[in-house]
Each structure stands twice: as structure tokens, then as C-alpha cells.
Design a protein around this ligand. Structure first.
Ligand SMILES: *Cc1c(COP(=O)(O)O)cnc(C)c1O
Length: 362
């Protein structure tokens, strides 16, 4: 008999991250016997009927849950979101053309770096001057750029675009860490890409959701592996896709659909974020690191006013079964990642620990 872990852990890991318990149970079962087939999901051909059905269902769920236009296509590749940074300019920047980027964090910086290798790249907005603790606003995207790329949620620094920039050119977005966490109008995007391991599944799969009509216009000769159109034309089976990660993404998206989809998860994510940020604002011992209006609902970053108290605080949250809230080395302090599968109850436990600590040390 398979059971999920018995020890109650409140998992705030920034990625790979928490997934719903039902997903772990079903995934574990499929490793032993996929759907009563007598085969493990790990030993099945990706060209078998059952896996083709898994791929088709996962692609359909991505579009259904996000309300994507019918003609949009979905492919799942390896390489992580970081491979996406390389593929974006190759697929969208014309030979001799140029791209516009917003630089709002570590991942955006890497995206810019990759684009510069492909051609002219203009950073039209940046928050680097303040260690990326805010979202730049009111910037202009040039009409003659081939595309505009931005990062919807800055996982490391804890900021999030609350309104998406209006752009005169096709928009490409790295949504790795907030895809499926809130509504988006997919038709406004030429391409949404992201690693699965932050909000839609395990590490190993990278999702690309795009308007196929905007591909194949760059005049570049591409390796078939770098060519999104090739992958789309081959139903995401040009080469062996990440079979097991795609299956786990399917399970996670089925879970999301079963609880009420993006509208329901948006409510839950808002409630979790409000609970934690109100504690950060109420307790003088803790300070949020980002501009209040740009606070991420997924990754809440905060520091202690007195860093000498950190070891004592660390002891207390670890004792409460909390995992993974140490901040990224480039920000320090703490980062609580509240992805879709994190229950409100886990945030209540963290807030109780913060309050208890504040009472003792305030
Ligand atoms: C984690 C992350 C990445 C990098 O993802 P990999 O899959 O490790 O390449 C890129 N962008 C964002 C917003 C991320 O959170």
C-alpha cells in the first residue's frame, strides 16, 4: 500500500516545490502500474497510445485552464526555463532585427544575456538600481522591436507584474513561477514559457504556449531542436519528451481543474498572500523587502530588523515543521514561496510562529 509521507511538513521550497498530495499518490501508483496496463509509466514508449493520450490531455488542460485561443499550441520540452531564454530570440528575433526586454531580476538578466548572443537587445526597463525590489512602470517599448520579453513573477526578489505591460509588438513572457496562479489573457501573448517546477509540476518539463502564426518569420536557419514550430508540428514528439514530468504536470492540472481552476486558485493565493503580508506589516521585527504594490503573491521576501535574532527564529520555524524559507543568497533574509499547492493552513502555521517569536523578542 502506497502512502504519502506521514510527517507533516509545511513546504515553502522555491522550486522544485510542493505539489498536491493526490498528485504524489497517483504518480507513485503510475510508476508501479500505469492505469492497469501492467507497465510502469517509466518503461512505456512515448509513442504508445496511452502516452499519446497523456500528452494530448496535458496540452489540452494547459489551454483550457488558461482559456487560450483554440489555435494556440502547447509543447513540452526539456532544458528548463533557461533553455527557453535561448530559444526565444532564435524563434522571434529577425536576422538583423532587435528585441526589447524588461530586466526585473536574476532570471530576466539571464534572458537578456541570451538574447544579446542572438542580436541587438534593448533593455527598456530595469529595476537593477534597487536590487530588483520593484517593478518598473511607464516605460516605452519601441515599435520596431521584433518582440518584448518580460518575467511575470520574479521568484528570487519577490516582485510580480500586477498589470501586464501594453506592447505594440508581440509579447513573450517567462511565467515560470506564477503560471496557473492567476488569470491571464493568453491572446495578449505571442508566447508564454516556463519551467514546470514552480507551479505546474516537477522539474524536467518546460512548457511553451504560443500562437503558431507568429513563428517561422525570422529568416534564421534553426536546428530542429531549437525550432518551436518543428516541435509543434511534431505534436511535441520530435524527440522523446520528458514523459514522467509531463504525466505529473497532467495530474497537477487535473487537480487544479477539480478544485475550480484558475478562478478558485486565485482566491486561495490571494488569501494566503494577504495573511502573510499582513503579519510582515504588523510585526515590527519583520520587514518586507519589496515595494508594497509590487509584492508577489507567490514568493514573499522579508528580512528581520535585527539579523542577530535569525538563528533563534530559524530554530522556531524548523521546529514547527516549516521547510525552505531561507531567502536566496542575493536578497538574504527569508522567502516564503506560496505556490498553488501550499495550503492556507501552512501559512497560518508560519504566521503563528512569527507572532510567537515577536511576542518573545518584540
Ligand atoms: C526558476 C526560474 C527560471 C529557471 O528555470 P530552470 O528550469 O532552472 O532553467 C527561470 N525563470 C523564472 C521566473 C524562474 O523562477
Amino acid at each position: 500500500m502506497l502512502t504519502a509521507t506521514k510527517k507533516k511538513v509545511h513546504n515553502y521550497s522555491a522550486g522544485p516545490c510542493i505539489l498536491p498530495p493526490v498528485v504524489f499518490e497517483k504518480a507513485a501508483q503510475a510508476v508501479l502500474d500505469f492505469d492497469g496496463s501492467g507497465l510502469s509509466i517509466l518503461e512505456m514508449s512515448h509513442r504508445s497510445k496511452p502516452f499519446e493520450a497523456v500528452m494530448a490531455k496535458t496540452q489540452a488542460l494547459v489551454k483550457e485552464l488558461l482559456g487560450a485561443p483554440d489555435h494556440y499550441q502547447v509543447v513540452f520540452l526539456g532544458g528548463g526555463a533557461s533553455m527557453g531564454f535561448h530559444m526565444v530570440p532564435l524563434n522571434y528575433m529577425k536576422v538583423g532585427g532587435k528585441a526589447a526586454y524588461a530586466n526585473t531580476g536574476e532570471w530576466a538578466t539571464r534572458a537578456v544575456k541570451e538574447s544579446k548572443l542572438a542580436g541587438e537587445t534593448i533593455v527598456v526597463a530595469s529595476s537593477e538600481d534597487k536590487n530588483f525590489n520593484y517593478i518598473p512602470k511607464g516605460f516605452t517599448i519601441p515599435n520596431d522591436a521584433d518582440y518584448f520579453h518580460f518575467t511575470s513573477n520574479n521568484t528570487i526578489f519577490g516582485t510580480q507584474f500586477k498589470e501586464f505591460p501594453k506592447s505594440p509588438v508581440p509579447v513573450v513572457c517567462d511565467m515560470s513561477s506564477d503560471i496557473f496562479s492567476r488569470p491571464v489573457n493568453v491572446a495578449d501573448f505571442a508566447l508564454i514559457h516556463g519551467g514546470a517546477q514552480k507551479n505546474m509540476g516537477p522539474a524536467g518539463a518546460t512548457v511553451y504556449l504560443f500562437d503558431p502564426n507568429l513563428l517561422g518569420k525570422t529568416g534564421r536557419k534553426l536546428s530542429p531542436m531549437m525550432d518551436l514550430k518543428n516541435h509543434a508540428d511534431k505534436e511535441s514528439m520530435y524527440n522523446t519528451p520528458p514523459v514522467f514530468p509531463v504525466y505529473v504536470c497532467m495530474l497537477t492540472l487535473e487537480w487544479l481543474k477539480s478544485i475550480g481552476g484558475v478562478p478558485e486558485i486565485t482566491k486561495r493565493n490571494t488569501a494566503k498572500a494577504e495573511l502573510l503580508y499582513s503579519a510582515i506589516d504588523r510585526l515590527p521585527l519583520f520587514t518586507g523587502t519589496t515595494a508594497v504594490e509590487d509584492r508577489s503573491q507567490m514568493n514573499a521576501t522579508f528580512v528581520m530588523s535585527d539579523t542577530a535574532l535569525e538563528p533563534a527564529f530559524d530554530g522556531l520555524w524548523k521546529e514547527a515543521g516549516i521547510n525552505g524559507i531561507r531567502g536566496h543568497r542575493s536578497v538574504g533574509g527569508y522567502r516564503a514561496s506560496m505556490y498553488n499547492a501550499l495550503p492556507l493552513e501552512s501559512v497560518q502555521v508560519l504566521v503563528e510562529v512569527m507572532e510567537e517569536f515577536a511576542k518573545k523578542n518584540g
